[in-house]
Design a protein around this ligand. Structure first.
Ligand code: SF4
Length: 329
């Protein structure tokens, strides 16, 4: 695992991303969805930070805010030590090379009318490299090298997306993300749409690439079992806030937040003798437009007390490197 002392590739401080809710003919603002509500973390070089939570917890919005694909409402985002939170489009453009994204659905994220080689080479055409534009012949050579790096053959460069399997399409997505030699890749549920047998292949590919290229990943998933295989540290989110943040081993060995406990209870354990105590989550995630007061989790928490309904628990360092937001810890 990377040392905590190493410089961060990405630092996020008190990030807030709110979306206005508008109704009526005049589109008057009647409220705000606090999709991300004061989230802080850092990712070191060659490190993977897993970001988990149920659908609607704000994890995808964190990923897109970090890349400035969505405008954050408040907070600070630093890439390689540089504050990029309020940079304009022109200033942001050269930095786009350093941060890329792999999307969840490899089919809908690939243009069906483009050949796979053109899809992977497109970022080179649009952004070039730090040394300028890349001539067409050199671009084709680089795309061929990317194809072989992600386990595809050069002959497949002329195929269209529908001619690939789901796993191969995600390999195209990975190759496209690698084209500009980024430092950081946001992986937004990159294996959720794939069969379980194929998921492991894509995870292994991402792990190998990280080892070879020193990449940093923000790996977003609703599935703790998937995150376990790739993450060095894990952040658990619930309704826009971080509820627990620690290293992978500690999270799986000694989860301290009731929500993490419940997520872990849902992870299948191969050895029945080692089955975890079941604390199945009751009910759905409340609406982020009207989140419960106090601890957002109190409507589903089996340990909730009176103060949980009115006081928001702060994220505190309970033991070295282990942060939890719960009044009982
Ligand atoms: Fe449960 Fe209260 Fe802890 Fe929230 S603060 S997780 S409601 S015990």
């Amino acid at each position: 695992m990377p040392s905590v002392c190493m410089p961060s590739v990405l630092e996020v401080e008190d990030l807030k991303t709110y979306f206005p809710v508008r109704t009526g003919l005049l589109r008057r603002t009647v409220g705000q969805v606090h999709a991300v509500d004061g989230v802080s973390f850092a990712i070191g070089a060659g490190e993977t930070l897993g970001l988990v939570g149920e659908s609607g917890c704000g994890k995808t919005t964190v990923g897109r805010s970090v890349l400035r694909l969505i405008e954050p409402t408040a907070g600070v985002i630093r890439l390689g030590g540089r504050d990029i939170t309020r940079l304009g489009r022109a200033e942001l453009r050269p930095l786009r090379r350093e941060m890329q994204i792999i999307f969840q659905d490899p089919f809908s994220s690939l243009n069906p009318r483009m050949r796979a080689g053109d899809i992977v080479g497109e970022p080179l055409k649009v952004h070039g490299t730090v040394h300028g534009t890349v001539p067409a012949a050199e671009r084709r050579d680089r795309v061929a090298a990317l194809f072989s790096r992600v386990g595809l053959s050069q002959a497949q460069m002329d195929n269209y997306p529908h001619q690939f399997s789901g796993g191969q399409r995600q390999r195209i997505g990975v190759a496209r993300a690698l084209a500009l030699n980024p430092k950081l890749i946001v992986c937004d549920e990159p294996v959720s749409a794939l069969d379980v047998s194929i998921q492991a292949q894509v995870i292994n590919l991402l792990t190998d690439l990280q080892r070879e290229l020193g990449l940093s990943y923000l790996f977003i998933s609703h599935n703790l079992a998937v995150v376990e295989h790739i993450s060095h540290r894990i952040v658990v989110m619930y309704l826009g806030r971080i509820v627990e943040h620690t290293d992978r081993e500690t999270l799986f060995r000694r989860p301290l937040h009731p929500y993490t406990e419940a997520l872990l209870a849902a992870v299948p354990v191969p050895d029945p003798a080692a089955r975890r105590a079941k604390r199945v989550l009751q009910g759905d995630v409340p609406s982020p437009l009207h989140p419960p007061a106090g601890c957002h989790f109190h409507t589903r928490c089996p340990y909730a007390e009176a103060r949980c309904r009115s006081e928001t628990p702060r994220l505190r360092e309970i033991e070295p490197g282990h942060h939890v937001a719960c009044h009982l810890r």
